[in-house]
Write a protein of this length. Sequence first.
Length: 252
Amino acid sequence: MAKSKLKSKKEPLILKIAKKRFKSVGTQKVHFTGDAKQDHLLNDIKNYPHLFVLACLMDRQIPAEKAWGIPYQVCSTLGTFNIKKLGKIPLHTFQKIFNTKKLHRFNNPMAEIFYLAIQDIVTKYHGNAAEIWSHNPSSATVVCRFLEFQGCGIKIATMAANILARQFKISFSDFYCIDISPDTHIRRVMKRLGYITNPSDTDMIIYKAREIYPIFPGIIDFSCWEIGREFCHPSNPNCKTCPVCAECKKNI
């Protein structure tokens, strides 16, 4: 009796795009803010890893470009980017800067998160935030370390780990625990592609991404986000030039 052959599952187009991007990324700078000086420092995770960590923690409920620019704005105002010098600055100074410059939607709480993160980096990581992801850690370890920062939820923690793995090619022992980090663009794209029925259900999005690519669920994160921002607009989506149009269910 002939053995039945298992049919290999066809990879969705979004995964093919994401895999291609993952292989090609590694030399170009990440455009976090659109400002050359700020992006240069944020990309320099060898010398200024704390700026990357602080920026991740600021990225909530305001435009991403503004959030990622906060560490530069604060450090420029203080006249130092040195983590040990920053560690000696009191909380009220950070609160004054946040409020005066209106850096965030929630200036006092975010100033405290900024301050406490600096204290943690100085004490727990000996002033070197790169210890968070050094020595080939598991993805779970890196996500857990980010979750230990005050105010850091799973969305930010997985986003941070994802950027480190995908954009900076930091060596991880695995990618299993780097989930997709649903935002408004990703929710919209996942629904229109037909992957989910309820875009407000975060768990559904996370588990669908795990189903699509269990060994690295978050690999499709940036591709979904970029498609949502550049093509799949809330109204009048640009379907004709969208790279996943051929497989999109167009559940608008």
